[in-house]
Design a protein around this ligand. Structure first.
Ligand code: PMP
Length: 434
């Protein structure tokens, strides 16, 4: 059956709001290392799914073996009402890595559910349905999480049960504080935070939720220390801090294991998902016991913490720790960032290059202005694909390239991707000017 057939069937039977990349969407059928192959036999270097699902790459024997052992046992899952050894082991490992004083861990199937749980805990603990979030945030697709998502193209419903107030501190490039120094930017955002608490919330806010680097929002990267400065204000009001580590966890940012660590603060809860089980569905949160245990009623997830996902997650965690993939992300990320910044100096298409480790955003603008150039981002995606490189795009205006390869990336692959990207950026810029 042809790809166009499959696409037509997708369009017929699946909702129109499930957007797909590329004029001719790609169907991935196999993968190895950092490469994937599509149904037509084309092979691509994957510079996107590393953050979505495949944190450490494709076809990793240690992870496949852990999954296979569950398959061979004949029991993929029974019930979370029974003891699950793999779940307890993973929870202990994440608790150890959390840096919290008395951590407890709960597993879900997705980042959305993880954040929903964090919101349920914080609102319950503080007896308030008020939440602070960053402008340009994304925290999930369910009723409460979509309601605290500060990006109109992803805010599918405005009828959320949570009352949200947005503050500055996420998307600096398109904020009124863009040209301030880091120190002045932090001061301006802290002032904004205090003003929002005082003027729009009546003070009794349950929590503030932040992405250490905004993912869907275009890898918008705040200066180090910003959320530590926020935490001092939050503490005055007793407001809890939740770090959404769905994209920034597990060492991807290179310098730290959790993205929030760049801010010198340990939050009350951290949520995670995406790449933790290298492609198996998992999500969850680690929180201080006092917060985690504030629910007095039962709360279970049928598949959250199932033996397959948790075994795959432990194998992934051990793999990335054993191979110092955080160090690899720091080294190769710095090279990519430097290479792209050098290209940006001679380019009128690239307005901003930002990020940390293997989480790099390239914001495209119309030459001679700061106006977003989403069509150029789309064109770069197509051109890169023709050259065997898959990259992501995102941001409020859809004009930011998102680079997030598996953390096992090699030097050669980084150099190859950089060469392709600078080439296709040059071509896209010429086309845009023509
Ligand atoms: N938080 C962040 C920061 C995310 O990037 C995402 C997914 N893009 C989510 C939450 C939601 O995760 P999921 O799609 O697994 O529900």
């Amino acid at each position: 059956m042809s790809r166009s057939d499959l696409l037509a069937r997708h369009r017929e039977v699946m909702p129109g709001w499930m957007s797909l990349y590329y004029e001719e969407p790609v169907e991935i059928v196999s993968g190895r290392g950092r490469h994937v192959t599509d149904a037509d036999g084309n092979t691509y270097l994957d510079f996107f799914a590393g953050i979505l699902t495949n944190a450490v790459g494709y076809d990793i024997p240690e992870i496949s073996d852990a999954i296979r052992a569950r398959v061979d046992s004949g029991v993929l899952h029974t019930s979370t009402l029974y003891l699950i050894r793999q779940q307890v082991e993973l929870a202990e490992r994440i608790a150890e890595l959390s840096g919290m004083s008395r951590p407890k861990v709960f597993f879900t199937n997705s980042g959305t559910e993880a954040n929903e749980t964090a919101l349920m805990l914080a609102t319950q603990r503080r007896r308030s349905n008020q939440v602070l979030a960053l402008r340009n945030s994304y925290h999930g697709r369910a009723f409460a999480t979509v309601g605290i998502t500060g990006n109109r193209s992803w805010s599918a419903s405005a009828l959320s049960p949570v009352k949200v107030s947005y503050v500055h501190g996420g998307y600096r490039y398109r904020s009124p504080f863009r040209n301030l120094s880091d120190a002045d930017y932090v001061r301006a955002c802290v002032e904004d935070l205090r003003e929002v608490i005082e003027t729009t919330t009546a003070g009794d806010v349950a929590c503030m939720i932040v992405e250490p680097i905004q993912g869907v929002g275009g890898f918008a990267t705040p200066p180090d220390g910003l959320f530590g400065a926020f935490a001092e204000v939050l503490d005055e009001y007793g407001i809890l801090l939740v770090s959404d580590e769905v994209q920034t966890g597990w060492g991807r940012t290179g310098e730290h294991f959790w993205g929030i660590q760049a801010h010198g603060v340990v939050p009350s809860a951290m949520t995670f998902a995406k790449g933790l089980a290298n492609g198996m569905a998992i999500g969850g949160l680690v929180a201080e016991a006092e917060l985690m245990d504030c629910l007095t009623a039962n709360s279970l997830s049928t598949f959250g913490g199932n033996p397959v996902s948790t075994a795959a997650a432990t194998a992934t965690l051990e793999y990335l720790l054993d191979h110092d993939l955080q160090g690899n992300a720091a080294r190769l990320g710095a090279r990519l960032l430097a290479g792209l910044r050098t290209h940006a100096e001679g380019s009128a298409l690239v307005g901003d290059v930002r990020g940390k480790g293997l989480m790099i955003g390239v914001e495209l603008v119309r030459p001679g202005s700061a106006e977003p150039a989403p069509e150029a981002a789309g064109r770069v995606l197509e051109l890169a694909r023709q050259r065997g490189l898959l990259v992501g795009k995102g941001g409020l205006h859809g004009n930011v390239l998102r680079l997030a390869p598996p953390m096992t990336l090699t030097e050669e692959e980084a150099a190859e991707a950089l060469a392709v990207l600078t080439d296709v950026l040059t071509t896209a810029e010429k086309e845009l000017r023509a």
